[in-house]
Write a protein that binds this ligand. Structure first.
Ligand code: ZN
Length: 58
């Protein structure tokens, strides 16, 4: 569902995704994550989530 606000997603996530298993960060594009073309270096898992723990105080 990255169709709605692609520009906004790029700004918040910045192409960084976190492995759901070992929580290691990896730089990829959202489309690759959706298509499962990305493998985690640590555990080899293909389940990633977007990094969204940045505070937007300003
Ligand atoms: Zn992993």
């Amino acid at each position: 569902m990255a169709r709605k606000f692609p520009a906004a997603e790029n700004r918040t996530v910045k192409g960084i995704f976190v492995c759901k298993r070992c929580k290691s960060k990896q730089r990829t594009s959202a489309t690759k994550v959706v298509l499962r073309a990305v493998k985690c270096r640590g555990c080899g898992s293909r389940e990633f989530r977007a990094l969204r723990k940045i505070k937007t105080a300003k």
